[in-house]
Design a protein around this ligand. Structure first.
Ligand SMILES: Cc1cc2nc3c(=O)[nH]c(=O)nc-3n(C[C@H](O)[C@H](O)[C@H](O)COP(=O)(O)OP(=O)(O)OC[C@H]3O[C@@H](n4cnc5c(N)ncnc54)[C@H](O)[C@@H]3O)c2cc1C
Length: 305
């Protein structure tokens, strides 16, 4: 099938883009990488009368890394963010998750902000943004607002963006000292959407004790789910079993042609323990490295100088 006829708009600035969006309202759709939208149009699951193609909008392809974290513009492709060493150093979970998003050809074209705007609860980056407590900044002719991830994903494939709003950037907070992270998932074929995926962020104290463990889930709830599993992880001899049980109890998967709800629930438990173990190991390693640097008179700034 071919898309239904539409009018194409090619704004060159954010102001031009939001002016068109204000004019066309619910009749319009933003076109970024097209990796989700074009198939939807081709199958005529949506028939917008106007496409606002932002690919020529200046200034939206920047990755800014500072002490607060990583801010990416709406035209930063998954692959560019995945390859960015400064972004990976500031927030390792970005690269850990991005390598699991679809296939390299799709990551070359698809944008991370587009993936967030698409609000698919099976998308890795929706889960990462929520787990990290990130934000999305949106512009419209009415002004600019910053939306926390916890308020951005309102339902499956439904975000808090209004029809006249363009998501211009997303901010992922930096990893703090003493934290480690990991992202694991199971898909039927490499590059497919995962049957279940789990991101973990663990925090340890200088003695290596786990003081925080949060996990983010994909494909097991209608919106990205984040669960605090610190108490379960610290619950004694059967900590792994308790953590898996807490994860299974927290998720709310639906069955589909790929897997039953019970299978996804079971996966959530197994993958939670796997992700948590990796995140804790990384956190312990990072604390050890910092300790050695402090003893030898070095610090983080010295290393990056
Ligand atoms: C075969 C295949 C496998 C895939 N597997 C995965 C996977 O495993 N994990 C995963 O996360 N994704 C997967 N994807 C989707 C991929 O990550 C897309 O790139 C992404 O979901 C959308 O990004 P995009 O830039 O292509 O957006 P588009 O397709 O251009 O747009 C998607 C939607 O978001 C809206 N939108 C885009 N940008 C903006 C913006 N700046 N402001 C407002 N609205 C905007 C569009 O209007 C549209 O509704 C897969 C895609 C394919 C084709």
């Amino acid at each position: 099938m071919k898309p239904a006829p539409f009018t194409w708009h090619g704004p060159r600035t954010v102001d031009e883009a939001v002016a068109v969006l204000a004019e066309v309202g619910h009749e319009g759709k933003v076109l970024a990488g097209g990796q989700s939208l074009i198939p939807v149009l081709a199958m005529r699951l949506a028939e917008p009368a106007h496409l606002v193609d932002i690919n020529a909008v200046a200034g939206l392809d920047r990755i800014v890394v500072d002490a607060t974290g990583v801010t990416i513009g709406a035209l930063v492709r998954h692959a560019s963010l995945e390859r960015d060493d400064a972004a990976a150093a500031a927030q390792p979970l970005l690269r850990q998750a991005l390598r699991l998003v679809a296939h390299p050809t799709i990551r070359n074209r698809g944008t991370t902000v587009g993936s967030l705007a698409h609000a698919d609860p099976s998308g890795e980056m929706t889960s990462v943004l929520t787990l990290l407590g990130g934000t999305i900044t949106a512009r419209s002719a009415r002004g600019e607002r910053t939306i926390p991830a916890t308020e951005f994903f309102v339902g499956p494939l439904e975000s808090a963006l209004a029809a006249d709003e363009l998501a211009v950037s997303a901010h992922f907070p930096a990893a703090s000292a003493g934290t480690g992270s990991a992202f694991v998932e199971v898909a039927r074929r490499h590059g497919d959407y995962a049957l279940c995926g789990v991101g973990a962020v663990a925090t340890v104290d200088p003695a290596g004790a786990v003081t925080g463990l949060r996990c983010g889930y994909l494909s097991v709830s209608e919106t990205p789910l984040t669960v605090d599993l610190t108490d379960a992880w610290n619950s004694g001899d059967d900590a792994a079993a308790a953590t898996a049980a807490a994860a299974r109890a927290a998720v709310d998967p639906l069955p589909d042609i790929h897997a039953t709800a019970e299978y996804r629930r079971q996966l959530a438990g197994v993958l939670t323990v796997r992700a948590a173990e990796q995140a804790v190991a990384q956190a312990v390693q990072r604390v050890g490295t910092m300790g050695r640097d402090n003893e030898s008179g070095h610090n983080e700034e010295d290393r990056s100088a």
